[in-house]
Write a protein that binds this ligand. Sequence first.
Ligand SMILES: [Ca+2]
Ligand SMILES: [Ca+2]
Length: 70
Amino acid sequence: MNTMTEAEAEALFSEIDTDGNGEIGLSELRDYGKASQGAIGGIKLAEFVREADTDGNRRISLAEFKSHFA
Ligand SMILES: [Ca+2]
Ligand SMILES: [Ca+2]
């Protein structure tokens, strides 16, 4: 997937990471999903977590996020 520039991916990440701890947790994703019809960058949230969470800790780090989108 190369749908965003790195800067766009970082901007979207910080929009979703509302507590600013550098990782997107499931509750942050759920909150974001409510505002975006359950999709992120056109991808369904459940699918996004499965594909982007490469270390399997159920949280999306900025590095995981960027390698997925940018
Ligand atoms: Ca967070
Ligand atoms: Ca992860």
